[in-house]
Unconditional design. Structure first.
Length: 260
């Protein structure tokens, strides 16, 4: 009897030793295949890259500028290797009666009116900022809004979209939406398309629609299109209509004394 017990003990010992400890034979979960994590906010990062390239791109770009209920115009955007820039906006002042150019040369900002106005002839006025009543806004697409696109902390949302100019020639398109919490939106909501080198090929927003038509080499320097003059920039609103000749005198105005 005692030998039988020893035999059962030895068999049990061999069984336990052969199976190993529970920890040695824990069931591992089946391997899973995970997709590589996408970089956070990749569209925002790509737009920032394109905008940074645009700020360094020296070139002359011509665009068809379309605004509802207005004739199409040709906007010219010039940027030199030194960082100076100029944007010509036909019909950008006096309700479309005067062409304007907004230029930044040697750290000075100018608002230029290219036609004679009721106040003065063609001239460029040096300004610290463009006053809202004189701002055609088109130039912001090529200047101030690039700073917003580069700033990853700016209060805007960005997604890639299949815009009208997307593709090999039109680059990539981005829908930009300012945060609803922004009291003063840093950019106009819209679609902006860029090539990898920073060329803006298309932009559509409340300011209007810009479609690239031509590109050429940038000049070494930019000239102002008119002499620098004192005064205020011409407003975007139409000039007041002068009273018509022969308008009846207001009631109560004394009649002129008879001659002779």
């Amino acid at each position: 009897m005692r030998n039988r017990r020893i035999g059962w003990a030895l068999a049990l010992s061999v069984l336990v030793t052969g199976c190993g400890s529970p920890a040695d034979h824990a069931v591992s979960p089946p391997p899973t295949t995970l997709e590589a994590p996408q970089p956070p906010d990749s569209a925002r990062a790509e737009l920032a890259s394109r905008a940074a390239a645009a700020k360094d791109l020296a070139a002359v770009h011509a665009y068809t500028y379309a605004v509802p209920e207005q004739l199409d115009r040709r906007v010219l955007a010039i940027r030199t290797g030194a960082g100076d820039w100029r944007v010509d906006v036909p019909g950008g002042a006096l309700g479309g009666a005067a062409d304007v150019a907004i230029a930044a040369l040697d750290d000075e900002l100018y608002h230029c009116t290219l036609q004679a106005t009721t106040v003065a002839g063609p001239g460029c006025v040096a300004v610290a900022t463009i006053p809202p009543e004189s701002d055609p806004r088109v130039q912001h697409v090529f200047t101030r809004w690039l700073d917003v696109f580069v700033d990853r902390a700016a209060a805007v949302a960005v997604v890639t979209v299949p815009g009208p100019e997307a593709g090999a020639d039109g680059g990539d398109c981005f829908a930009v939406t300012p945060s609803s919490a922004s009291l003063a939106p840093p950019v106009a909501a819209g679609v902006y398309c860029y090539r990898a080198d920073g060329t803006l090929t298309y932009a559509e927003s409340e300011v209007g629609t810009l479609t690239l038509t031509d590109t050429s080499a940038a000049p070494e320097t930019i000239d102002l299109p008119a002499p620098v003059v004192p005064g205020d920039p011409a407003p975007t609103a139409p000039a007041p209509t002068p009273p018509a000749t022969g308008t009846p005198a207001p009631a109560g105005t004394p009649a002129p004394a008879p001659s002779g």
